[in-house]
Design a protein. Structure first.
Length: 201
Protein backbone atom coordinates (compact mmCIF):
# COMPACT_ATOMS: atom_id res chain seq x y z
CA UNK A 1 0.00 0.00 0.00
CA UNK A 2 1.33 3.42 -0.97
CA UNK A 3 0.43 6.13 1.52
CA UNK A 4 1.26 9.07 -0.70
CA UNK A 5 -2.17 10.68 -0.53
CA UNK A 6 -3.49 8.42 -3.29
CA UNK A 7 -4.83 5.71 -1.00
CA UNK A 8 -8.47 4.88 -1.58
CA UNK A 9 -11.09 4.72 1.15
CA UNK A 10 -11.85 1.13 0.11
CA UNK A 11 -8.35 0.20 1.25
CA UNK A 12 -9.29 0.80 4.88
CA UNK A 13 -8.02 -2.60 6.02
CA UNK A 14 -4.52 -1.85 4.77
CA UNK A 15 -4.63 1.56 6.40
CA UNK A 16 -5.62 0.05 9.75
CA UNK A 17 -2.79 -2.48 9.53
CA UNK A 18 -0.32 0.31 8.77
CA UNK A 19 -1.60 2.34 11.71
CA UNK A 20 -1.24 -0.63 14.04
CA UNK A 21 2.36 -1.04 12.87
CA UNK A 22 2.97 2.59 13.79
CA UNK A 23 3.61 3.64 10.19
CA UNK A 24 4.29 7.39 10.23
CA UNK A 25 3.03 7.85 6.66
CA UNK A 26 -0.24 6.21 7.65
CA UNK A 27 -0.68 8.65 10.52
CA UNK A 28 0.16 11.61 8.33
CA UNK A 29 -2.44 10.41 5.84
CA UNK A 30 -5.00 9.92 8.61
CA UNK A 31 -4.38 13.44 9.87
CA UNK A 32 -4.82 14.93 6.39
CA UNK A 33 -8.13 13.15 5.97
CA UNK A 34 -9.64 13.49 9.43
CA UNK A 35 -7.86 16.51 10.93
CA UNK A 36 -10.09 19.14 9.25
CA UNK A 37 -13.28 17.13 9.89
CA UNK A 38 -12.47 16.65 13.56
CA UNK A 39 -11.53 20.33 13.83
CA UNK A 40 -14.93 21.38 12.48
CA UNK A 41 -16.71 18.96 14.79
CA UNK A 42 -14.79 20.20 17.82
CA UNK A 43 -15.49 23.86 16.95
CA UNK A 44 -19.19 23.15 16.71
CA UNK A 45 -19.29 21.00 19.84
CA UNK A 46 -17.28 23.27 22.12
CA UNK A 47 -18.15 26.58 20.46
CA UNK A 48 -14.58 27.80 20.27
CA UNK A 49 -11.86 28.31 17.67
CA UNK A 50 -9.11 27.20 20.06
CA UNK A 51 -9.25 23.53 19.10
CA UNK A 52 -5.65 22.58 18.26
CA UNK A 53 -5.00 20.98 21.64
CA UNK A 54 -8.26 19.03 21.44
CA UNK A 55 -7.44 17.73 17.96
CA UNK A 56 -4.00 16.64 19.17
CA UNK A 57 -5.61 14.83 22.10
CA UNK A 58 -7.95 13.00 19.71
CA UNK A 59 -5.08 11.79 17.54
CA UNK A 60 -3.03 10.88 20.59
CA UNK A 61 -5.88 8.63 21.75
CA UNK A 62 -6.13 7.14 18.29
CA UNK A 63 -2.41 6.32 18.42
CA UNK A 64 -2.71 4.77 21.88
CA UNK A 65 -5.86 2.77 21.11
CA UNK A 66 -5.54 1.71 17.46
CA UNK A 67 -4.11 -1.71 18.36
CA UNK A 68 -7.31 -2.42 20.29
CA UNK A 69 -9.48 -1.57 17.29
CA UNK A 70 -11.23 -4.81 16.31
CA UNK A 71 -13.04 -3.60 13.22
CA UNK A 72 -16.53 -4.01 14.69
CA UNK A 73 -17.37 -0.64 13.13
CA UNK A 74 -15.96 1.55 10.38
CA UNK A 75 -12.69 3.29 11.20
CA UNK A 76 -14.39 6.67 10.75
CA UNK A 77 -17.10 5.74 13.27
CA UNK A 78 -14.46 4.70 15.79
CA UNK A 79 -12.52 7.94 15.25
CA UNK A 80 -15.58 10.13 15.66
CA UNK A 81 -16.51 8.27 18.85
CA UNK A 82 -13.08 9.12 20.27
CA UNK A 83 -13.52 12.74 19.19
CA UNK A 84 -16.92 12.98 20.90
CA UNK A 85 -15.52 11.45 24.10
CA UNK A 86 -12.66 13.94 24.15
CA UNK A 87 -15.10 16.80 23.51
CA UNK A 88 -17.30 15.60 26.36
CA UNK A 89 -14.36 15.63 28.76
CA UNK A 90 -13.18 19.06 27.64
CA UNK A 91 -16.71 20.49 27.78
CA UNK A 92 -17.18 19.28 31.35
CA UNK A 93 -13.92 20.95 32.37
CA UNK A 94 -14.89 24.22 30.65
CA UNK A 95 -18.34 24.14 32.17
CA UNK A 96 -16.88 23.49 35.60
CA UNK A 97 -14.70 26.57 35.23
CA UNK A 98 -17.74 28.59 34.06
CA UNK A 99 -15.99 29.55 30.85
CA UNK A 100 -18.14 31.51 28.43
CA UNK A 101 -18.43 29.41 25.28
CA UNK A 102 -18.89 31.28 22.04
CA UNK A 103 -19.70 29.79 18.65
CA UNK A 104 -17.48 31.90 16.44
CA UNK A 105 -15.05 31.47 13.59
CA UNK A 106 -13.32 34.53 12.19
CA UNK A 107 -12.34 32.61 9.06
CA UNK A 108 -15.97 31.77 8.37
CA UNK A 109 -16.86 35.42 8.87
CA UNK A 110 -14.29 36.47 6.29
CA UNK A 111 -15.46 33.85 3.83
CA UNK A 112 -19.07 34.89 4.37
CA UNK A 113 -18.38 38.55 3.79
CA UNK A 114 -16.44 37.79 0.61
CA UNK A 115 -19.58 36.29 -0.90
CA UNK A 116 -21.06 39.76 -1.40
CA UNK A 117 -20.19 41.64 -4.63
CA UNK A 118 -18.68 45.06 -4.07
CA UNK A 119 -21.56 46.84 -5.80
CA UNK A 120 -24.32 45.06 -3.87
CA UNK A 121 -26.75 47.15 -1.87
CA UNK A 122 -25.04 48.03 1.42
CA UNK A 123 -28.26 47.91 3.43
CA UNK A 124 -29.01 44.38 2.21
CA UNK A 125 -25.47 43.32 2.99
CA UNK A 126 -25.73 44.59 6.56
CA UNK A 127 -29.16 42.97 6.98
CA UNK A 128 -27.90 39.62 5.69
CA UNK A 129 -24.88 39.71 7.98
CA UNK A 130 -27.09 40.48 10.98
CA UNK A 131 -29.36 37.56 10.04
CA UNK A 132 -26.33 35.29 9.64
CA UNK A 133 -25.08 36.21 13.10
CA UNK A 134 -28.53 35.60 14.59
CA UNK A 135 -28.71 32.13 13.04
CA UNK A 136 -25.28 31.34 14.47
CA UNK A 137 -26.51 32.59 17.81
CA UNK A 138 -29.46 30.20 17.60
CA UNK A 139 -27.19 27.23 16.92
CA UNK A 140 -24.95 28.35 19.78
CA UNK A 141 -27.85 27.78 22.18
CA UNK A 142 -28.15 24.11 21.18
CA UNK A 143 -26.57 21.53 23.44
CA UNK A 144 -23.09 20.36 22.38
CA UNK A 145 -24.52 16.95 21.43
CA UNK A 146 -27.25 18.54 19.30
CA UNK A 147 -24.65 20.62 17.48
CA UNK A 148 -22.61 17.45 16.92
CA UNK A 149 -25.62 15.59 15.50
CA UNK A 150 -26.41 18.51 13.19
CA UNK A 151 -22.81 18.60 11.99
CA UNK A 152 -22.44 14.86 11.44
CA UNK A 153 -25.69 14.57 9.47
CA UNK A 154 -25.89 17.82 7.53
CA UNK A 155 -22.21 18.64 7.04
CA UNK A 156 -20.47 15.27 7.04
CA UNK A 157 -23.43 13.38 5.51
CA UNK A 158 -23.31 10.50 7.98
CA UNK A 159 -26.14 8.00 8.17
CA UNK A 160 -28.40 7.76 11.22
CA UNK A 161 -26.85 4.38 11.92
CA UNK A 162 -23.31 5.79 11.93
CA UNK A 163 -24.27 8.67 14.20
CA UNK A 164 -26.06 6.26 16.52
CA UNK A 165 -22.96 4.11 16.85
CA UNK A 166 -20.79 7.13 17.57
CA UNK A 167 -23.13 8.50 20.25
CA UNK A 168 -24.19 5.05 21.48
CA UNK A 169 -27.85 5.79 20.78
CA UNK A 170 -30.53 3.87 18.83
CA UNK A 171 -30.92 4.90 15.20
CA UNK A 172 -34.54 5.92 15.84
CA UNK A 173 -33.47 8.19 18.69
CA UNK A 174 -30.95 9.96 16.47
CA UNK A 175 -33.56 10.41 13.74
CA UNK A 176 -36.16 11.89 16.10
CA UNK A 177 -33.50 14.05 17.78
CA UNK A 178 -32.40 15.50 14.44
CA UNK A 179 -36.05 16.15 13.52
CA UNK A 180 -36.47 18.06 16.79
CA UNK A 181 -33.26 20.02 16.17
CA UNK A 182 -34.38 21.01 12.66
CA UNK A 183 -37.84 22.02 13.86
CA UNK A 184 -36.33 24.09 16.63
CA UNK A 185 -33.93 25.75 14.19
CA UNK A 186 -36.71 26.39 11.66
CA UNK A 187 -38.98 27.94 14.29
CA UNK A 188 -36.20 30.13 15.63
CA UNK A 189 -35.28 31.34 12.14
CA UNK A 190 -38.94 32.09 11.34
CA UNK A 191 -39.08 34.22 14.48
CA UNK A 192 -36.02 36.15 13.31
CA UNK A 193 -37.07 36.69 9.69
CA UNK A 194 -40.24 38.74 10.34
CA UNK A 195 -38.36 41.12 12.58
CA UNK A 196 -35.83 41.67 9.79
CA UNK A 197 -38.59 42.32 7.28
CA UNK A 198 -40.16 45.02 9.46
CA UNK A 199 -37.08 47.19 9.10
CA UNK A 200 -38.32 48.28 5.64
CA UNK A 201 -41.61 49.67 7.00
Amino acid sequence: MHLDGQIKCSDEESLIKALKRGDEDAYRYLYRIYGPKIGTLVKGYLGTDDVDDVIQEVFLRIYRSIKKFRGDSKLSTWIYRIAINVCNNVYKKLKGKEVLIEFSDSNEDDEYRQQFPADEDVEKKVTDEILYEKIRGIIDKFSPEDRAILFMKEIDNMTYEEIGKILDKPEGTVKSRLHYIKERLKKAIEEVLPSEGQTDR
